[in-house]
Design a protein around this ligand. Structure first.
Ligand SMILES: *Cc1c(COP(=O)(O)O)cnc(C)c1O
Length: 411
């Protein structure tokens, strides 16, 4: 597997085969999601080989398409799920339910019913709780199986009060209450691990703060008795370079820092990256339909919108853009927007792109994570098709929706 682990740590839009991408746009129409499953496997393998003796799961919510779940399973990953649908889709893709981990965040009844029914058949399933209410509700359902406690590690020092009132209070048991909750879990259930998912989009600069949180998880594991725990799970949150000039995460450094931070443990270290595994394996192909000279900028209209990829509108996220039809043209700053009637439907402001012309295909990079998962049918737009690349072959893994798919639930 070394050849996979030695794969480049980052794949930029310029590294893709542009002729191939143009061919895909031509054959399958636009907007089109493209997912390179070989790259998914490479990313997983590189990450997991950087953490020897740890168990690296894949967090399904980053991309829950069946082809991606099959790819990560093939690469050897177990799957972390945060909703009942993710559990079912993982099983559908071939996961052994005994290996699944279900992270319950304010779980609706339906989710808990599903998980406890599943655990009755598959006692290896682990349920991660972030509120004692969830323990009550599991007990009401007769559940006495495997439980992990999600810790709210807070950030930095003196964070205890801050976290209690901060937005992060949504997640996990407040730090100082963990020992008493651990006692309760040991009485009524099987306590198998501690869990924390502290960061999001952590790159090398954010590592130190990330590791402060991990240090506290390690400390808590020793406080509640790490020898009696199966695992200590420090979550995901490992970032990818969205901007062309950003450096990828230094995995070796990350691995050393995480190990140091968590400290000596008898329990197995677990991680659960989502974005890192799938982000740069996916892109969107979109056709230019309008070029408009405005007083301050050139507006480039494309057929992808915030319904296709909501991250720029929702989080202000930067996604690289590349003119795969004519990368050799001179570039000048343009504003790229979609067909949705809101000013939020803009992918880039004043971004240098090789002079787009009508009919060109633009690629929008790093769309493999939280891309299709967050796509909507806003503006009565059927969701795009998704093509998977694997072993040199391309195949449609999600057909393009029709308007009938949009209206199917109306009655
Ligand atoms: C979302 C999530 C992850 C994955 O986060 P990434 O930033 O995609 O790595 C891992 N664990 C849990 C519990 C999550 O909710």
């Amino acid at each position: 597997m070394t050849d996979l682990a030695d794969s480049p740590a980052v794949r930029r839009l310029a590294d893709w085969d542009h002729e191939r991408l143009e061919g895909l746009a031509d054959e399958y129409d636009t907007p089109l999601y493209v997912m390179d499953l070989d790259r998914v496997k490479e990313n997983y393998t590189r990450f997991s080989e950087a953490f020897p003796n740890a168990e690296v799961m894949y967090a399904a919510k980053a991309h829950t398409g069946k082809a991606v779940l099959e790819a990560v399973l093939e690469a050897g990953a177990d799957i972390e799920c945060a909703a009942w649908g993710e559990l079912e889709r993982s099983i559908d893709a071939g996961a052994d339910p005994n290996t699944l981990q279900y992270t319950a965040v304010n779980p609706p009844d339906h989710d808990l019913n599903y998980a406890t029914d599943l655990a009755a058949e598959a006692p290896g399933l682990t349920i991660t709780i972030g509120a004692t209410d969830t323990l009550d509700r599991l007990a009401e359902r007769g559940y006495d199986g495997r439980v992990a406690i999600r810790i709210n590690p807070g950030i930095g020092t003196g964070h205890h009060e801050k976290v209690a009132t901060g937005a992060d209070a949504k997640f996990g048991i407040p730090y100082e209450r963990v020992p008493e909750v651990a006692d309760r879990v040991r009485e009524e259930f099987e306590l198998v691990g501690l869990h924390a998912h502290a960061g999001s989009g952590v790159l090398t600069e954010g590592l130190e703060e990330h590791c402060e949180a991990i240090e506290r998880v390690g400390e808590m594991a020793r406080r509640v008795g790490d020898a009696e725990l199966e695992f200590v799970d420090v979550g995901g949150g490992y970032g990818v370079p969205y901007r062309e000039d950003e450096e990828p995460l230094d995995l070796e450094k990350t691995s050393n820092m995480v190990r140091d931070a968590v400290g000596d443990l008898e329990a197995t270290l677990k991680l659960e990256p989502g974005r890192y595994v799938v982000a740069d394996a996916g892109l969107i192909l979109s056709e230019v339909n309008t070029i408009k000279e405005a007083p301050d900028t050139t507006v480039v209209g494309i057929d992808a919108s915030l319904a296709t990829l909501i991250r720029p509108a929702m989080f202000g996220s930067y996604h690289p853009m590349y003119n795969v039809s004519a990368p050799e043209r001179d570039s000048h700053p343009v504003t790229v927007g979609g067909p949705v009637c809101t000013s939020a439907d803009v992918f880039a402001h004043d971004r240098p792109v090789a002079n787009p012309e009508r009919g060109d295909i633009l690629a929008i990079g790093n769309a493999g994570s939280y891309g299709y998962e967050l796509a909507s049918q806003f503006h009565s737009q059927p969701r795009p098709a998704e093509v998977a690349l694997e072993g040199g072959e391309a195949r449609v893994v999600r057909r393009r929706e029709s308007l009938e798919d949009v209206t199917r639930v109306e009655q």
